[in-house]
Write a protein of this length. Structure first.
Length: 255
């Protein structure tokens, strides 16, 4: 149940601002954000079980992020890992549009996913669970993405978009952006039922920041890009009880 809030071209000075939580089983081995030996221009965390990443940037100003698509009717893992979708884009040179059109041809190789790609001042979205809709270039605005279609009005998305709205009128800060995805308050049963989410698990996972000894928020990543193309990144890594264990900050200037 990952969560990504982002403001795209709502400010001329800061064309991209992102706040995101990675939710995962605590037992799944993970490497914190850093430069990759085999792809020296890529800066991202790493899933050590499957080898890909959930979110990353590179020295050329590229940005990529992926979330799982929640579909009870499609629970079987695909033959290919979704983490390669972000990694291949960050390490490659194709435009986001061309890359996504290639991904669309092999979309059935993956379990359900949402994919965000940014480069050269554009931002694109594609999901293999949106009933044959192709890649879409996003217009300026504030968006929220979790484990359903882009901007599905889950309570955590609505809360986060309002918080991002409050952030875009000031100079971005990591603490400010992180506050948009930091609420540990559970949604009410009425709010969840309005979106067809009525199981006990839906309730447990309804907060933005999930604290649970088995599965929860492993990392919060905040980043922004300025008008010159510089990317500012911070990753907070958390213990199962929701305490900060590690802070990683990085600035990438255009190559």
């Amino acid at each position: 149940m990952c969560l990504i809030l982002f403001a795209y071209r709502t400010s001329a000075a800061y064309p991209l601002m992102v706040a995101a939580n990675r939710d995962e089983f605590h037992a799944r081995p993970t490497a914190p954000a850093g430069f990759w030996d085999e792809h020296p221009d890529v800066f991202a965390g790493r899933d050590l079980q499957a080898g890909g990443t959930w979110m990353g940037i590179n020295r050329n100003g590229r940005f990529a992020a992926v979330t799982n698509y929640r579909d009870p009717q499609r629970t079987v893992p695909g033959p290919r890992t979704r983490g390669e979708l972000t990694t291949s884009f960050l390490a490659g040179k194709q435009t986001a549009e061309a890359y996504l059109r290639e991904v669309a041809h092999r979309a059935r190789d993956y379990a359900g996913f949402n994919l965000l790609l940014g480069e050269a001042g554009t931002l694109w979205y594609y999901s293999n669970s949106t009933h044959d809709e192709g890649p879409r270039q996003l217009r300026p605005g504030i968006y929220g993405l979790s484990n359903a279609r882009l901007d599905t009005p889950w309570p955590k998305i609505l809360l986060g978009k309002q918080a991002m709205q409050n952030q875009i009128h000031s100079i971005p800060s990591h603490n400010g952006l992180a506050s948009a995805v930091s609420s540990r308050e559970l949604a009410s049963p009425e709010q969840l039922q309005a979106q067809g989410l009525d199981s006990e698990m839906d309730q447990l996972l309804s907060s933005q920041f999930i604290v649970n000894p088995t599965y929860g928020t492993r990392a919060t990543t905040t980043l922004w890009q300025d008008a010159e193309g510089r990317l500012q990144w911070r990753e907070l890594n958390f213990s199962p009880d929701g305490l900060t264990e590690q802070v990683i900050e990085q600035t990438l200037a255009p190559a």
